[in-house]
Write a protein that binds this ligand. Structure first.
Ligand code: ADP
Ligand code: TRP
Length: 464
């Protein structure tokens, strides 16, 4: 199982067309079946061009509904639930990481980005390019690097941004001599890299008005299909027609039934079928393909609470991953020091707490640690399940506890069972690595910790 991450910007009017479906969402659907998928509505990216409050919120709502309807329409509930679908602006770590990455990103690297260069080629002058647009690749790098994905499914036009991301990640790792960031690979299936629009000339794009919509009224979609470019050399239906470059057949290759499409192609070449008949078949095929998604769309539109719940869930899961990466980043660059708070509030979040692993362990060796007057060295057995879960580390761990000052001796622990936290980072103590912590109860006014017996419980059992 690999981890994928991708995002769509709620630009245009936020709605998705069949080019977006074939070029992006269909990949997400296929990938989500057998992989871990983070899918993001990149609303902060839309700020580079949309500076109208009403339009932005409309676009975000539309894109969220469109994308969810497609995902849920094509996937089973089980498959759909595994997707981590979230909104970029719900996870503050994206902008936080961007600020940090700004400092390891050379100006020249960003100046070479196509998105910015293309703008300057047109009517736009440097005065009209805002810093959001200019720094767009750095925000995108933050989007990606926070989640350490293996692969990033994107359109061809975004390939350079993934390369810039790799460059930034490599620089960060080199400057700070660590491996915090994983270098992501772009994932671009060739056959759908660019779907042409209904004009048959340019890439299907909302701004060019050459799209076939997915969630519009049936009449609008019918009109879009009827205006699709076919074969201008064919004057009468009895003339022989061309399939190559004929957009109706290009779309039918994706949406029609292959047997029927082959028959129609044959008949079209022989001048035995009209354009309108072929277009009607395309319309019917599109409707058939998108019926489940269109149903989900209506249902979600009528139930905003359901959509909110999905986004809440997504935000919770992504924050857990993003905050972990940010902690590693802070440590790597020196923001973590003697005066650091554990987090801004001083409280653990539910996400952080849920990552604590507690197990019942049996002390099979207990000795005073040589050279220390505090430490007792425990060898703790967590049983065969733990050995499996800890991938080859075995079933035992060395765990120190500094409690001799309270009158405890090794014999107080030997051959007894207690509760331990098992997923702490290893820590070197007196020349030896200790990994984990024994749990104790505070005895109140006296400082002496009291250990909770777990003698009756199965070894290795998880408490939390
Ligand atoms: P649009 O060009 O209509 O504004 P976006 O640029 O917002 O669409 O693209 C959203 C996603 O859909 C991106 O992953 C992009 O690569 C993909 N995409 C957009 N248009 C097409 C197309 N004509 N063919 C294939 N993929 C496309
Ligand atoms: N820039 C992408 C686009 O316009 C959207 C996007 C934002 C994205 N952040 C991302 C895609 C991270 C992949 C990964 O299509």
């Amino acid at each position: 199982m690999k981890r994928f991450l991708s995002g769509i910007t709620p630009s245009g009017d936020g709605s998705l067309h069949i080019g977006n479906y074939l070029g992006a969402v269909r990949q997400f659907i296929e990938l989500a079946r057998a992989n871990e998928c983070f899918l993001m509505v990149a609303d902060l990216h839309a700020l580079t061009t949309i500076q109208d409050k009403k339009q932005l919120s409309h676009n975000i709502e539309t894109l969220v509904l469109n994308e969810l309807a497609l995902l849920r329409g094509f996937l089973t509930e089980e498959e759909f639930k595994k997707i981590i679908f979230f909104r970029q602006s719900d996870v503050a770590e994206h902008t936080e990481l961007q600020s940090i990455l700004n400092n390891v990103t050379p100006l020249g690297l960003i100046k070479r980005a196509h998105a910015y260069k293309d703008k300057l080629q047109g009517e736009v002058s440097e005065e009209d390019v805002n810093m959001g647009l200019f720094c767009y690749p750095i925000l995108m790098a933050a989007d990606i690097l926070l989640y350490k994905p293996d692969l990033v499914p994107v359109g061809k036009d975004q390939k350079q941004h993934v390369e810039i991301t790799r460059d930034i990640a490599g620089r960060f790792n080199k400057i700070y001599k660590n491996n915090v960031f994983k270098l992501p690979e772009p994932y671009i299936p060739e056959e759908v890299a660019a779907v042409l629009g209904t004009d048959g000339k340019r890439k299907m794009s909302k701004s060019l008005g050459n799209v076939i919509s997915i969630f519009e009224d049936e009449e609008i979609i019918r009109k879009q299909v009827m205006s699709t470019y076919t074969d201008p050399t064919r004057v009468h239906a009895t003339d022989s027609g061309h399939i190559e470059g004929n957009m109706v057949f290009a779309y039918l290759d994706f949406f029609g039934e292959s047997g029927k499409v082959d028959e129609l192609k044959e008949a079209y070449r022989k001048g035995q079928v009209t354009d309108v008949e072929v277009k009607n078949y395309l319309y019917d095929s599109l409707m058939k393909t998108f019926v489940p998604a269109r149903k989900v769309y209506e249902e979600l539109k009528a139930n905003p609470q359901k959509v909110k719940k999905i986004l809440e869930n997504g935000a919770e899961k992504t924050r857990a991953v993003a905050s972990q990466t940010m902690q590693e980043v802070r440590e790597a660059i020196g923001l973590t020091n003697a005066y650091s708070l554990s987090n801004a509030s001083g409280y653990l979040t539910i996400d952080e707490f849920s990552r604590v692993e507690m197990r019942v362990g049996k002390v099979i060796e207990a000795t005073n640690k040589e050279g220390s007057d505090k430490l007792i060295r425990l060898v703790v057995d967590f049983g065969p399940d733990f050995a499996k879960a800890s991938s080859g580390e075995g079933s035992t761990r060395i765990i120190f506890t500094g409690v001799r000052e309270f009158g405890y001796q090794p014999s107080d622990f030997l051959n007894k069972q207690f509760f331990f936290v098992t997923n702490l980072a290893p820590r070197r103590m007196m020349g030896e690595e200790s990994q984990g912590m024994i749990l104790a109860v505070d005895s109140g006014s006296e400082k002496k910790p009291i250990f909770i017996s777990a003698d009756e419980m199965p070894i290795g059992a998880r408490v939390w």
